[in-house]
Design a protein around this ligand. Structure first.
Ligand code: ZN
Length: 199
């Protein structure tokens, strides 16, 4: 049995995704071997990210102030909104350099079995943004999974009823079905973006 503080670190590290018991143990020993400075830098980075990062008041992407960098960037086209499930989905789309509009992060996908209903996502906020005025096109870039597709259809229908003049498009096929956007390479994702189709 190892000392309680080490056990605690192993337990906490083991809660991270993709980290099994053995890796947690290895990481804990790595931290123990590191200098005080190095180990505390990790602890401080975790503390800082929790203290300073919140959600953008406009698009619900991650932000270190009231608005994210993309919403603050005047050069980004406000008439074009790309809807994604999670903040991490913004990153691969940005990497393609194909998209010059703004984003809207739903905070998940519809999944009635898991109790995730429209009210649990930022869908109402999206409708309000679109109804507010200047939007010309909404690109639905939810994941090509069952829940992502269901979410895209739900949002498309909601938008058609509220803002019939706004074009609603979906990423072109070619994305691996069932996979998360996060893992798509930028060439495939870039093609899916430029070849998006009306929904
Ligand atoms: Zn934003």
């Amino acid at each position: 049995m190892q000392p309680a503080p080490i056990q605690r670190l192993v337990t906490e590290l083991g809660k991270l995704p993709g980290i099994g018991a053995r890796t947690a143990q290895r990481l804990a020993f790595h931290v123990l071997r590191s200098s005080d400075e190095e180990a505390l830098a990790l602890a401080d980075a975790i503390r800082e990210v929790k203290a300073r990062i919140g959600l953008c008041e406009v698009c619900f992407n991650l932000a270190d102030g009231p608005r994210c960098r993309i919403c603050q960037d005047e050069r980004r086209d406000p008439e074009l909104i790309c809807v994604v499930e999670e903040p991490q989905d913004v990153i691969p789309i940005e990497r393609t350099h194909e998209f010059r509009g703004r984003y809207h992060v739903l905070g998940g996908a519809l999944s009635p079995i898991d109790g995730i209903d429209p009210e649990d996502l930022k869908i109402g906020e999206l409708y309000a943004r679109v109804e507010d005025g200047e939007v010309r096109e909404v690109v639905l870039a939810t994941n090509p999974t069952t829940t992502g597709e269901a979410t895209a259809l739900h949002v498309a229908e909601g938008l058609r009823g509220r803002a019939p003049d706004v074009a609603v498009t979906r990423l072109a096929s070619g994305l691996p079905v069932g996979a998360d956007l996060e893992y798509a390479d930028e060439v495939t994702l870039g093609k899916a973006l430029s070849g998006r189709r009306a929904l």
